[in-house]
Structure formats: C-alpha cells, structure tokens
Design a protein around this ligand. Structure first.
Ligand code: F6R
Length: 605
C-alpha cells in the first residue's frame, strides 16, 4: 500500500518520478505527489486521485529539480485530499512514507506542544517534523533519520530529501519493502523493483533497519548499527510489457486471457512427479498436518486446496485467515506440522505477521508467492514461485489460478510420495493438470454468453453465489470478485447452508449463480438450487454439461465449462466468474482495474 519513488540525476527528474509512480499505482491511487529541490528550496506538487492527475500538474508546472521523491497514496489516516497527500514537509525536509506509524498520536501531541505546525491528518507528518527537530539539534540528515527511526513504532518505508543535502536521497526500511539502485542516468529508490524497469538492470533490496544514501552515481547502505553493508541484488527486467495492455481494454481482461500461458508455464516448471515436493521444508512422509494461511482471494485458493490435501494425500489440512490467525492463542506446535503461506504480492502485512509467529514457534514454513523478490519469498523457510507474471489489475485473477495450479500439483506430489502413484485417481488428476492450458482456453471461449449475463446484473443490488464441496470456495471467490469490481453486494454460500438462514434473502428475481458440476455432490446441490428457485431466485448455472442438464428446468441461464476431471473443476469454474465480474463492472461504467478503496499490495494490517 502506497508507492514510494525517488530519483536523483543530472537533469530534471519530474517526468521520471511520474513514470515511476505510474508503475506503482497498483499500491494505491487516492492521491499522488512529488517534491523536488529547486534553487536550493523544496517544491511540492500534489493532486487528488490517480497518478494521471498529478501528471497533468507536472506537465503544466514543470518542476525543475534534479532530485525528487514521489508517492501514490492509499489513505490510512485522513481522507484523500491535497492536504493529506504526500510528500509531507517540515522546514527543510520532505518525506514520503508507506506503512503506519503506530505511535503517531503521542508524537503529534508532543510536536504540536513544542510549536510544530502539523497541517495534515496523517500519521506520516510526524516523520519530517521529527527529522527537522533532530537536525535542529545539530545532527546530520542521516543521524536525524536514524534518531527518528528509533522514535517511531510501526512498520514503514520512508524516502526523504533535505535542502541542506540537495544531492542525496535517503531511504529507510522498517517492515515495508524498499529497493535502491544506480543506473546510467542516476540513482533511485522504489517500493518495488518493477518500477525501475528501463532505468537500471539490478537493484539492492534493503533489509529492516537499513538506511540507504543514494547519489547520482553511488549508493551506500548502512544497517541499524551504522555498518556499511552489501545487500542482495535482484535483476530488474527491462521494458514495460507488464504495463502494455496487449490489445485488451483493461489489465483485468488481459490477465484473464493470460491464464492458459500461466498454466503452461506452471506445467513446464513443475510438471511431472516429485518436482514440487523438492521445495518442501519437510519430507512429505513426515507431514502430519498442513495449515494454510492467507487473505482474500489467496485464502480461497487455500480453501480449495484443503480439500485436495485431505482427499488425495490423506493429510489433515486447515485454512486460516491471516488477520485472525496472527492474534489467536495457539496450542504449541506439534511435530509434522507444515505451514503454507499463500500470497500473490508476498508483502501482505497480516500474512507476514503469521510467518513471523510460525517461525518463532519453530513450524516449517513454505511460501507460495508470485513476487519472487518479496519479503515472504525471502523469509519463509522455502518458497515456490507462482510464475503468474506481473498482475496489474487490482482484482486477482491469474495469480489465483497459479495458486490453485501449484497447490493442486503439490497435493498430487505429496499424495504420490505418501501413497504411491499407482492410485488411478492420482494419475488422472495429473493428466487433468497437464491438460489445463487447453481446458482453460476452452473455458474462456464463452465470453459473449458471460457478457449477456453481466447485462442482467447491471442494475442488480445484490447477488448470491452457491455451491458445495470444492466448488464452495469458488462461490466465495466469485462473490468477492463481483463485489470488488462492480460494487454489487454479493455473497457466497455453501448450498447446504441456505436453509439455515440465507434463504431469507431470496425473493422474486434475486440473481443466484449456482456452481454445479458432475460428481458426487451434484444431486445435493441440485436440491438446494430447486429450493431457492421455488422461492423466485433467478438461477444461472455455471457448470459442465452434466451440471447444466441436471438444472435446466429451473435455470434461466447457463455458462458451460468444459467437461473435466472432478479434481480440476474448481479451477475451471472460476473462469466464467472472473469474466462475469469484469463485464459487470465495465457495463456499470466502473474503473475495473482500480476499484474504489482497494490497493493491490496490502502492506498495512
Ligand atoms: C482480491 C484480491 C485480494 C488479495 C488479498 C491478499 O481480488 O486480490 O483479496 O487476494 O489482498 O493479497 P496477497 O495474495 O498479495 O497476499
């Protein structure tokens, strides 16, 4: 959440700053701002809303400084407004910040009592004032930042500029990601190395407590003790292909159609038997229980995988919402436990807090991560890259599919190691996974039918998604996708739970998406669907041929998925739901890639 960018060069940096912010916009888009040093003095420009609004101001006002910091905001303290936009300033100093300063109230009172004129509602603003106060006491910028770091509580990354030191950018990392780099044109700081594409070929990943001093041609990183350190270098990919829409109207659509390629890549990387179990921090034979921890869409991937681990590998598997798990009293860890933490970004604050807790308890941890340079990838005992590629749309689609595919393969692998591949069932699961690129392509073929259904959702106020068994988490994901992109109130329910309460929501015309595929639970799901159809629900069935045929008499619409092995039905069933969420949002005229109030990387709790 919130994107930080900084640049120091031999020419004006304003355009570079804006371009950097565009690449970080997925982290928040409530407001954006830059500060540069011009003729020895700080100059700040801000705009409410998307980075494009800031770009317009920069284009008309031409800030001229060769050094600057920039920020795109996801509001935590104080409404989106120019006053609350970063950079925040105190005499001589400007600061941009990602994270939360937890003790900001006490610091604000103390600073205000000392006569500091804080103007915003943000937690961030205490930082420049603390730096200014420490400098007034005779410290260098670096020492002032260090002293400030010791005063702050919370988790944050900061970039700072000071008029007294007009050739140096400062970057401080304490819990939120920050990279620093030097390229042919200058030096940079950024929340995410992808923002540096085209400027540098590699970047330094700062670690907690590090303070980076970035010059045009030189970078010095010091750890919390002040010792100069060499940190891990990561490659920065050249080019902007991840920003290119590839002929699609939106990133979300591009990413939906990228899913067959992702499935093929996962087959290439993890195909066959035994590949994924090599990533495990414990031998498959020793695993007695798996706990999967994640948030949002990643949690639903875990919820599907729970059924796979239990049914295929015969291992008890639990799923936990990270924001709950991190604070729940737990019994002591037992031998044979494996924790799998699942995250597209690898920076989700709650998931990382769980990782810390699990490591302290001595539980072996495996991260499933899309962003390979992320904190989760670095700090888990081992990690599996999801290979979904950069996901730009805020609503996760291809990363979810990648999570499901990797988890499915992991379940097959562990099942093989524990029970032997002679089980016919395990072999047919493996064959189904190998077919996934084609199956996904086929499932995406009925976009026009989805578009027609989405039209019927245009004026809907709410929608229900119902399913049983492994399709139940997909109903939850379908509802989440619809609500976050289209703002239609949507809920997912286990079909068998309807009559325990939710059926009271059903009235004449209530839109219901029923997931129904051939298999043991089809008749049970069918009975539940008939019960709500009898009460006026407008049923659309998403299913294979068997599922659709069985409910033809009560459904007003159907979205067909290809017939496939029961094991992969959840993976295939989510595809029409992603398209439905996309088209519903587009038809309602909404910004499908940047839904209101959301950000892609949730780095605050
Ligand atoms: C929904 C969505 C979110 C994320 C959640 C966890 O489309 O993207 O629900 O899944 O914020 O994020 P990660 O996977 O980065 O930990």
């Amino acid at each position: 959440m919130c994107g930080i960018f900084g640049a120091v060069a031999g020419a004006p940096v304003a355009d570079t700053l804006v371009e950097g912010l565009r690449r970080l916009e997925y982290r928040g888009y409530d407001s954006a701002g830059v500060a540069t040093i011009e003729s020895g003095g700080l100059r700040r420009l801000c705009a409410v809303g998307r980075v494009g609004s800031l770009a317009e101001r920069v284009a008309t006002e031409h800030p001229a400084g060769n050094i600057g910091i920039a920020h795109t905001r996801w509001a935590t303290h104080g409404k989106p407004s120019e006053r609350n936009s970063h950079p925040h300033m105190a005499p001589g100093v400007a600061v941009v910040h990602n994270g939360i300063v937890e003790n900001h109230r006490a610091l604000r009172s103390e600073l205000s009592a000392a006569g500091c004129a804080l103007r915003s509602d943000t937690d961030t603003e205490v930082i420049p004032w603390l730096v200014a106060r420490n400098m007034a006491a005779g410290n260098s910028v670096e020492d002032a930042l260090r002293t400030t770091d010791r005063t702050l509580e919370g988790s944050y990354a900061v970039a700072a500029l000071h008029e007294r030191d007009p050739d140096t950018l400062y970057g401080l990392r304490r819990g939120s990601p920050l990279v620093a780099a030097i390229g042919p044109q200058g030096g940079y700081l950024a929340s995410d190395a992808n923002a540096l594409a085209g400027l540098v070929t590699q970047a330094v990943c700062l670690e907690d407590g590090d303070l980076a001093e970035v010059h045009r041609d030189r970078l010095v990183v010091r750890d919390a003790e002040g010792a100069t350190v060499d940190r891990r270098l990561i490659a920065v990919e050249h080019g902007t292909s991840s920003l290119d829409l590839g002929g699609h109207a939106h990133y979300m659509l591009k990413e939906i159609y990228d899913q067959p390629r992702v499935a093929a890549l996962i087959n290439d990387c993890y195909g066959g038997i035994g590949v994924l179990s090599n990533f495990l921090p414990v031998a498959p034979a020793h695993i007695r229980r798996i706990t999967m921890i994640a948030c949002g869409t990643s949690f639903y991937a875990a919820s599907v995988a729970k059924r796979w681990f239990e049914s295929l590998a015969g291992i008890r598997a639990d799923v936990e919402i990270a924001s709950e798990y991190r604070y729940r009293p737990l019994p002591p860890a037992e031998p044979g436990e494996l924790a799998i933490l699942i995250s597209q970004s690898g920076e989700t604050a709650d998931t990382l807090a769980c990782l810390k807790r699990l490591k302290e308890a001595g539980t072996p941890t495996l991260g499933l991560v899309n962003v390979v340079h992320s904190t989760l990838a670095r700090e888990a005992d081992s990690f599996v890259p999801l290979h979904a590629g950069v996901e730009n749309g805020v609503a996760s689609t291809k990363a979810f599919i990648a999570q499901l595919l990797v988890l499915a393969r992991l379940a097959v692998d562990i099942a093989d190691r524990r029970r032997g591949l002679r089980q016919d069932h395990v072999l047919s699961c493996l064959r189904a996974l190998e077919q996934m690129p084609n199956t996904i392509t086929a499932a995406l073929h009925n976009e026009s039918a989805v578009q027609a259904l989405a039209e019927t959702f245009r004026d809907a106020r709410s929608a229900l998604f119902v399913a049983r068994g492994p399709l139940f988490p997909i109903a939850l994901e379908g509802a989440l996708k619809l609500k976050e992109t289209s703002y239609i109130h949507a809920e997912g329910f286990a079909a068998g739970e309807l009559k325990h309460g939710p059926i009271a929501l059903v009235e004449d015309g209530t839109p219901v998406v029923a997931l129904a595929c051939s298999g043991d639970l089809l008749d049970k799901t069918g009975s539940n669907i008939r019960e709500i159809a009898a009460r006026g629900a407008r049923i659309t069935v998403v299913g294979d041929r068997g599922g659709i045929l069985s409910l033809m008499d009560v459904a007003v619409g159907a979205l067909t998925i290809p017939n496939c092995e029961e094991f992969v039905q959840p993976i295939v069933s989510v595809l029409p739901l992603q398209l439905l969420a996309y088209h519903a949002a587009v038809q309602r005229g909404l910004d499908v890639d940047r839904p209101r109030n959301l950000a892609k990387s949730v780095t605050v709790e």
